[in-house]
Design a protein around this ligand. Structure first.
Ligand SMILES: Nc1ncnc2c1ncn2[C@@H]1O[C@H](COP(=O)(O)OP(=O)(O)OP(=O)(O)O)[C@@H](O)[C@H]1O
Length: 359
């Protein structure tokens, strides 16, 4: 089956070579993730035609570039919206006119996102008459995203759109990004080097290293793949997708169900029953036992199967676990792994000492 976006890209610079083969889905957010200098921006710019890599790019089976048959669409003829780190608005045009500019670029028959819809999705209705210089960084970035959306792109390309914002502004813009991907069918390719952002926003991930693809697939799977660097070290974590099943108001305790079991979480602000939530569980917050611990203060004790284990630095072992379709990592001491005689296939109880709600 064809992927929505297929890109084979090669580009050589003095000290850097990009050589990637990407197959990206036509829905949700795909994160391009990896260390500084690994080629995330170069990759995104090459997809957009802002960088002249060699190769072939097809989006929704339309050819944007094919060097073999000498086809090349310039950026403005590619149905994409591009959001840069720093919002690049026209300083002499009001917010309204900036967005209208995006719309004007789009032939009537291709218009799918109206100006009103873009304005509503980004919550900028009250800013329409303002000039860019009078906006905060977060507001500017929301306008830039609305302008990109108003072109009704087949794909939104975002290059660390939150990187230039402080923590407070980031928190202000993130919910709009989440809303975008929930409400629109437009796939987003999102460059980030922040695992927090990736865990919160993305369902798919391309892991880059030194200009190459180390792995691509679902975020949940890649995070817990012991063959990849993400699943190692003190910051390794997993993401659990769950649905709110009930809420006990007296104890402020919500019961969440996920594919593989259920969890309980104290929620100061309870979510509606039936709503979807994402939880991040740090590997260091998960311990293991062979029998269900009795009379424990730990709320969440889940029966899981050991998928594999790997030494993880001096004296530590990373254990990958599965229940249903859900994966978790547990970082325990090598001593404990030996004492429990852990091995792939064993049934264990994972005790989760803490988890964070991602949205
Ligand atoms: N215009 C340029 N001219 C020459 N080399 C460049 C240019 N832009 C980027 N590079 C180099 O290409 C490599 C990839 O850079 P790129 O910006 O794609 O990485 P990145 O993963 O996006 O990094 P970061 O997370 O720091 O933004 C780096 O070695 C960088 O120094």
């Amino acid at each position: 089956m064809n992927s929505f976006i297929e890109a084979r890209l090669q580009l050589a610079r003095a000290d850097f070579t990009l050589d990637v083969d990407l197959k990206l889905p036509g829905h949700g957010v795909t994160a391009l993730f990896g260390p500084s200098g690994c080629g995330k921006t170069t990759c995104l710019r090459s997809l957009a035609g802002l960088e002249r890599a060699r190769g072939r790019v097809t989006v929704n089976q339309k050819i944007w570039q094919d060097d073999q048959s000498k086809q090349w669409l310039p950026t403005h003829q590619r149905a994409l919206g591009y959001v840069f780190q720093e919002a690049s608005l026209f300083a002499h045009l009001s917010v309204q006119k900036n967005i209208a500019y995006g719309l004007k670029r789009t032939p009537v028959e291709r218009r799918q996102v109206s100006k009103e819809r873009a304005v509503e999705l980004l919550g900028i209705g009250h800013l329409l008459e303002r000039m860019p210089a009078t906006l905060s960084g977060g507001e500017r970035q929301r306008v830039a995203i609305a302008r990109a959306l108003a072109t009704s792109p087949e794909v939104l390309l975002m290059d660390e759109p939150l990187a230039a914002l402080d923590a407070q502004r980031k928190a202000e813009v993130l919910p709009y990004l989440e809303q975008l991907q929930r409400q629109l069918q437009i796939p987003i390719v999102y460059v980030s080097h922040s695992m927090d952002e990736v865990a919160r926003l993305a369902q798919h991930m391309v892991l880059l290293n030194a200009g190459r693809v180390l792995a691509q697939g679902s975020v949940t799977e890649l995070l817990s793949n012991l063959d990849l660097p993400l699943a190692h070290g003190d910051v390794a974590s997993s993401v659990v997708h769950a649905t709110v099943q009930s809420h006990d108001a007296a104890d402020h305790l919500s019961t969440l169900i996920f594919d593989g079991g259920q969890l309980q979480l104290v929620m100061a602000r309870p979510r509606q029953v039936g709503s979807q939530v994402q939880l991040r569980v740090q590997a260091r917050d998960v311990s293991l036992s062979l029998h269900r611990p009795e009379a424990s203060s730990i709320l969440n004790i889940l029966p899981m199967q050991v998928l594999g284990l790997r030494e993880d630095g001096p004296g530590q072992t990373m254990v990958s676990l599965q229940a249903g379709n859900t994966r978790l990592l547990a970082r325990i001491t090598q001593h404990s792994a030996r004492a429990l005689a852990l091995q792939a296939g064993m049934q264990v109880y994972a005790q989760i000492k803490g988890m964070a709600l991602l949205d």
